[in-house]
Design a protein. Sequence first.
Length: 84
Amino acid sequence: MRNSSVVPSMAYRNAPEAIEWLCRVFGFEKHAVYPGPDNTILHAELTLGGGMIMVGSAMKEGPFSSLVKHPDEIGGVETQIGRA
């Protein structure tokens, strides 16, 4: 049997602050952080136990920018939910 995992990726308007908050509040550890221009994060990997999340700065331009919207950009509608 093979182990598998899901690695979610999240984009934040203030990714440096979000990374510090995730580490302080939830105990994530910085595995890799690649800063970009103007206080942005191009890519970061945060680990917790055997899991990982990827974090980056929300960009107005880029290959995925047209696919990602924050709730305040679409009338306050939440775009994600988790259920068990």
